[in-house]
Design a protein around this ligand. Structure first.
Ligand code: NCD
Length: 314
């Protein structure tokens, strides 16, 4: 296997080949071990500067990138919407050129508009990681999800993964569906018709409008948050009805294979897409996903910046 990625940026799952994905997952495995040590720090990216430009609210993703950069000894600087000149009307292009002039090596960007990471990649001479752009993609989330599935279920090829809920507004689904296809898994998107994209076939997943119909086939039920902030009006009659038809609860968990697991990218709306009993059960691996996030982001940063020879976590 090659020891470097075929891409300069991680903006979309389209940037990564199946080999790239395998390399990120393998590298993350050695970083996961570092994260279990008492001293969780490697000198690998000493002297490199990483800017986390988060122009949309985020706690877990921003924190995860920041911890990942610090564990590799990079100088990590956080910029949030209120702290950046965008609130003073500066264009994204000008922000990019300003940051470029400060000679940063890697920029992680979260933005409310799809395509913002591409704009940065075009006008900056640095590596770019997409930390979530509008309703488009969130590739490191998909990578950490693959990592978690592989750790928990032993393999990825042949897994049937139901992605349930707000598909049409979800950048998580936008990256997870192609990611699953690249590793030979079978994604099924499951939602009421009002939460499916206009052309669900474009995503390349099977489609179902009944969670109960497909439940027994699933190895993983991946529950999405209803993105009320992106929806125009209420996309279903009531939250109660949504929870009744599409929420993961103890009865539905019992109808799944005994080995099947429940995942969620967070933040969870308990009582809506997932009941508290399921969220707190040992079949829900949400915290394993958060844990994997740090290792996978360390791997992504290390591989993009070329690291140093001698193995990732030596
Ligand atoms: C997701 C996001 O912001 O896209 N969360 C995350 O990154 N962990 C999903 C969500 O907000 O529902």
């Amino acid at each position: 296997m090659s020891s470097s990625l075929s891409t300069q940026h991680i903006i979309s799952m389209e940037d990564l080949t199946a080999e790239d994905i395998a390399l990120v997952l393998d590298t993350a495995e050695s970083f996961k071990e570092v994260n279990e040590r008492r001293i969780k720090k490697l000198p690998t990216l000493r002297g490199r500067t990483i800017i986390n430009l988060f122009l949309e609210p985020s706690t877990r993703t921003r924190t995860s990138f920041e911890i990942a950069a610090k564990r590799l000894s990079a100088d990590a600087v956080n910029m949030t919407a209120s702290a950046s000149a965008t609130v003073k009307g500066e264009s994204l292009r000008d922000t990019a050129q300003t940051l470029s002039a400060m000679a940063c090596d890697l920029i992680v960007v979260r933005h409310k508009y799809a395509g913002a990471p591409e704009v940065l990649a075009e006008c900056m001479d640095t590596h770019v990681i997409n930390g979530g752009d509008g309703m488009h993609e969130h590739p490191t989330q998909a990578l950490l999800d693959l990592f978690t599935m592989k750790q928990s279920l032993g393999h990825l090829e042949g897994l049937t993964v139901g992605i349930v809920g707000d598909i049409c507004h979800s950048r998580v689904a936008g990256s997870l569906v192609p990611a699953l296809r690249k590793v030979g898994a079978r994604p099924i998107i499951i939602a009421p018709p009002t939460l499916l994209p206009a052309r669900p076939d474009v995503l390349g997943a099977e489609v179902s409008t009944s969670l109960d119909d497909v439940l027994p086939e699933l190895d993983v039920a991946y529950m999405l948050r209803i993105q009320m902030e992106r929806a125009e009006g209420m996309p279903f009659p009531s939250v109660r009805e949504y929870a009744r038809l599409f929420g993961m609860n103890s009865a539905r968990l019992a109808a799944m294979k005994p080995s099947a697991l429940v995942m969620h990218p967070g933040p969870m709306n308990r009582g809506v897409e997932i009941s508290s009993a399921v969220a707190d059960s040992d079949r829900a691996i949400v915290l394993d996903q958060v844990n994997a996030g740090v290792a996978v982001r360390m791997a992504a940063m290390y591989l993009l910046l070329g690291g140093e020879s001698g193995g990732a976590a030596a």
